[in-house]
Design a binder for this molecule. Structure first.
Ligand code: HEM
Length: 493
């Protein structure tokens, strides 16, 4: 039948062995514009030329506001240790339970084509397509963060990014901003230290950074931190190694090459998944705030508990569709896993979906890489590029004509925490006695080998040597380091 409603897959030579326009009309000449005589002018009626150029003109979507440089790989997660006593989330229950996943690794600061050997935080974002909807764990490769209130995130990113006047990243700018935020000292010991340049993505750790909650089927919450450990071990590069990787091998995409080629060769990277837990009733007994993401939970006090293993065994087929358009958010969660009151996490819960509606479009969640693998149904409607096939006359709820149900009330325990919240409205930092901004930074320094502390001091000195770094900024930082751990006198002069 002519015009049958059978949907064709988008253009692919396996479906159609000849070229067509976007409308499916066969192309008879793909070499030349339609002109008056062989020397032109070109005729406006050459709709094929116009379509080709206009489509090209719109090829690029806005890049991510942060973490623009990255690559996605696909695979599966398998539970090795049941944690049903902590969470009702089905995909974490039952040893051997497997869940399809997609992971995007990234660098934070620079643009989508920037070098992968830069000293920068790396992202480790995992989408679990669970049987109960998607869960996104959007983490980094450093376990702490610069700030403990999301209100400051735009300023932080502006300071880290290139100078708006000359488009060059200059250390004095982030040293200036962060000198007002001594809570960043701990993060700086990672970023400026040996861990500041991850070797590649196969040898990279991942951390949820923020504190989340696991909620059991009775509604009891447990605070949790998430960790990924690569089975190949974590490896880092010195500045010299990073430079030679980037320049001598002329591969500013070395980490993407490494991941893509390993998967193509069947050498699948694996990462073990661990949790640390804390009963909320003990949260006030610590000398730091466990919801402050500038702190780690020391592993001697909060041992890592194994949960499962992630295997990356498939490369993406198309970078734009599956890496540029993949959309993660800490707010994408399933029953049994919740957020905590961590102020960075709460801001993140808004920001990601907001930017994705702008950067990809209103209906970004329908794209194949983002859509859940389980059935989904709601009364959301329309919007640009809505390609969902819908039928029926009832697009509201409840309705006498449509018996679609919500989950049984008993399931509410899985999603809604029973914690009570009350207090005054304030705009304040966390209580001073819990800020403890220098101890963990100092502890880390004291545990470093000579080589590690040497790298840290080398990077910090280099940053402070930026000719635009004023004496005031230098003194503010020396004061911070003095409070974390007294420095050699030579550095203070
Ligand atoms: C208040 C603090 C933060 C805000 C407002 C924020 C906001 C954002 C935004 C808007 C994006 C771009 C998302 C997109 O275009 O798809 C993003 C990406 C990302 N953020 Fe954050 N972020 C914050 C802190 C953090 C922290 C603490 C982590 C680590 C745990 C983190 C990890 C990531 C990762 C891994 C990505 C890239 C996801 C991907 O691969 O698509 N962010 N963030």
């Amino acid at each position: 039948m002519q015009g049958s409603s059978t949907r064709q897959l988008p253009t692919n030579k396996d479906n159609v062995p000849y070229l067509t326009t976007e409308q499916g009309t066969r192309v008879y000449n793909n070499d030349h514009s339609l002109t008056v005589g062989p020397r032109g002018p070109i005729l406006l009626e050459d709709f094929h030329l116009i379509e080709k150029l206009q489509q090209f003109d719109r090829e690029k979507t806005p890049e991510r506001i942060v973490h623009a440089r990255g690559i996605t790989a696909k695979g599966y997660f398998e539970v090795t240790h049941d944690i049903s006593h902590l969470t009702s989330a089905a995909f974490l229950n039952g040893v051997g339970t497997k869940t399809e996943t997609a992971v995007r690794f990234s660098l934070v600061t620079h643009g989508r084509d920037s070098p992968e050997g830069l000293r920068d935080v790396r992202g480790f974002a995992t989408k679990f397509y669970t049987s109960e909807g998607n869960w996104d764990l959007v983490g980094n490769n450093i376990p702490v963060f610069f700030i403990r209130d999301g209100f400051k995130f735009p300023d932080l990113v502006h300071a880290l990014r290139p100078n708006p006047a000359n488009n060059i990243q200059e250390a004095w700018r982030f040293l200036d901003f962060l000198s007002f935020h001594p809570e960043s000292a701990h993060m700086m010991t990672w970023l400026a230290g040996m861990e500041g340049i991850a070797k590649d993505y196969r040898h990279m750790e991942g951390y949820g950074v923020n504190t989340f909650t696991l909620v059991d089927s009775e509604g009891k919450s447990t605070y949790v931190k998430f960790h990924w450990r690569p089975q190949l071990g974590a490896k880092f590069m010195t500045d010299d190694e990073a430079q030679s990787t980037g320049e001598f091998q002329m591969r500013h995409s070395h980490a993407t090459h490494d991941l893509y080629n390993a998967i193509a060769d069947g050498d699948y990277p694996k990462y073990d998944f661990y949790i640390q837990t804390l009963d909320p009733k003990d949260e006030l007994t610590l000398d730091f705030d466990p919801l402050d993401c500038t702190k780690v939970w020391p592993e001697e006090d909060f041992p890592l508990q194994p949960v499962g293993t992630l295997t990356l065994n498939r490369n993406i087929d198309n970078f734009h569709n599956e890496s540029e358009q993949i959309a993660f958010s800490p707010s994408v969660t399933v029953g049994g896993i919740g957020l905590s009151n961590d102020k960075v996490l709460q801001s993140r819960a808004l920001s990601y979906a907001d930017t994705q509606r702008y950067r990809i479009g209103t209906n970004y969640q329908m794209l194949p890489i983002n859509a859940p693998r389980c059935p989904f149904h709601n009364s959301h409607e329309n919007g640009a590029m809505n390609f969902m096939e819908k039928s029926g006359q009832v697009n509201y709820w409840p309705s006498t004509l449509d018996d679609v149900e919500t989950s049984p009330a008993s399931k509410e325990a899985h999603t809604v925490s029973k914690d009570e919240i009350n207090g005054q409205r304030v705009k304040q930092d966390i209580p001073e006695e819990k800020q403890n901004d220098f101890k963990q930074a100092g502890d880390r320094y004291r545990k470093m080998s000579m080589r590690e502390s040497g790298q840290l001091i080398f990077t910090l000195s280099n940053w402070m040597a930026d000719p635009k770094c004023t004496p005031e900024i230098r003194h503010r930082w020396l004061d911070i380091w003095q409070q974390a751990r007294p420095l050699p006198v030579s550095l203070c002069n």
